[in-house]
Write a protein that binds this ligand. Structure first.
Ligand code: ATP
Ligand code: MG
Length: 180
């Protein structure tokens, strides 16, 4: 199965992100948009694996020294090209205790490596993806960057997701939740 570990976002935060996503849809052409229920923040992509026990054990180890921390929404932005081969990812940045988030990602990367998963050496750029291959000009980017985002959350744990297509629809199913 195709697995990844990340943060679930509260409904009010997903609703606010959807407001920005609607404006993005209106102002751009083409692209694939992430539906509201799928908004998330990826910490580690595991890819194709059946080692559920290893992933859960790594999550448990990684969360041992972590305490709940706060994250908020930053603003609209995009990556032109990502390591995973996507051309232009439209996204929202995060604010708040991003230092703690970085520590969590590092601890998790080490715990996964200890449990036999390949070491992910890519630079961590925390973000929430709104869409892929969405085209717009610089003026629109400026307008989108001005869209007010104010919701925040307390991060109290991490989630192991299975990414699959159910009736043709990309679905992220939570398989395990590990609390701090
Ligand atoms: P799609 O692949 O249809 O565009 P998706 O990228 O949301 O949709 P997955 O490819 O299953 O679905 O990815 C699940 C999560 O893992 C997403 O947050 C995605 O950005 C991230 N991800 C996928 N591939 C990689 C990769 N090679 N490196 C880092 N993160 C990845
Ligand atoms: Mg993908």
């Amino acid at each position: 199965m195709r697995l990844f570990i990340g943060l679930e976002l509260p409904a009010d935060m997903r609703r606010e992100l959807d407001g920005l996503s609607k404006l993005l849809r209106e102002r751009s052409c083409g692209g694939r948009f992430v539906p509201q229920e799928n908004f998330h923040l990826t910490l580690q992509f595991l890819g194709e694996t059946d080692d559920l026990a290893g992933a859960v054990s790594a999550m448990r180890e990684a969360c041992r020294g972590i305490r709940p921390f706060r994250l908020g929404l930053g603003r609209y932005g995009y990556f032109e090209k990502t390591a995973s081969g996507n051309h232009r990812v439209s996204l929202v940045t995060v604010t708040g205790d991003t230092g703690e988030l970085g520590v969590l990602r590092e601890t998790l990367a080490s715990a996964l490596a200890d449990n036999g998963f390949p070491r992910d050496r890519s630079r961590f750029m925390p973000h929430i993806t709104l869409g892929r291959n969405v085209e717009h000009d610089e003026l629109v980017a400026e307008e989108l960057k001005g869209f007010p985002l104010s919701s925040s959350m307390t991060v109290t744990g991490i989630t192991l997701f299975e990414s699959s297509r159910i009736n043709g629809r990309l679905t992220y199913s939570p398989l395990h939740r590990e609390k701090f």
